[in-house]
Design a protein around this ligand. Structure first.
Ligand SMILES: [Zn+2]
Length: 242
């Protein structure tokens, strides 16, 4: 450093280490916030549950309309048979040929009534199954919804605590960096990018705690002197001797 540097307040490894602690806390808080934001909103399970219940509701509605149609068809056939029956047994028709024709008509209409009743019964059986499926799909869905709601509430609460915490850390960081040397901050940023967020490493028992290498004595002495910044010969982290 040149003579001009003497007018600046020196940035010490301890100050950088304190900054790093704030930055690591910020990294964790921001990562968690991203996780929360991703998890907020409808889950796949919920969307699928709703789709499943909706499909079953549609099936039940379709079968109910089939039921109505088939009931009408049965009523229609019964009414026709009843008209022929009345004619046949009403006593107004005496001609044997005509009576024989009416008998045949009645038999054919009664056959139609039976076939239509069978068709109606088949729909009723299907409808019962579909309604059972719908009820269990709806029960499963309300469980999923309750679980999802509770989860969302927890996430919203956590987010509500996290956001002011992030703001607090950012303010603290701004205060910490206010007086810091820009070149030192630049080095710190580069090292943090390269070293998984850890630009500053403590030295314990002559070892860099960033990469566990035993540091040369000359480097240790320089680090202990507190003059300028000393970097690890192996991982390049800024060394902090406590
Ligand atoms: Zn190291």
């Amino acid at each position: 450093m040149g003579a001009a540097s003497c007018f600046y307040v020196m940035t010490t490894p301890a100050e950088l280490y304190a900054l790093q602690e704030v930055d690591l806390a910020l990294d964790r808080a921001m990562a968690r916030l991203v996780e929360i934001e991703t998890a907020l909103g409808e889950s796949e399970e919920l969307v699928e549950g709703r789709q499943g219940a909706e499909e079953r509701r549609g099936r039940v509605a379709e079968l109910r309309s089939q039921q109505t149609e088939r009931e009408w068809a049965v009523d229609e056939a019964r009414a026709k048979a009843s008209v022929v029956e009345k004619k046949l047994y009403g006593g107004s028709v005496r001609n044997p040929k005509e009576l024989e024709d009416l008998q045949a008509d009645l038999a054919s209409l009664q056959g139609q009534v039976r076939r239509r009743e069978d068709a109606l019964l088949a729909v009723l059986v299907e409808l019962e199954d579909a309604e059972t499926e719908l009820r269990s799909a709806e029960a499963a869905l309300s469980e999923v919804e309750a679980r999802w709601q509770a989860g969302q509430e927890r996430l919203r609460q956590e987010k509500g605590q996290l956001e002011p915490e992030i703001a607090r850390l950012q303010e603290k960081r701004a205060r910490q960096t206010q007086e810091m040397d820009q070149a030192v901050l630049g080095l710190y940023r580069v090292l943090r990018e390269r070293r998984d967020g850890q630009a500053v490493a403590r030295v314990e028992r002559g070892m860099c705690q960033g990469c566990r290498i035993t540091l040369p004595m000359s480097l240790l002495q320089k680090a202990r002197s507190g003059v300028g910044l000393t970097q690890c010969v192996s991982c390049e982290r800024i060394l902090l001797v406590s």
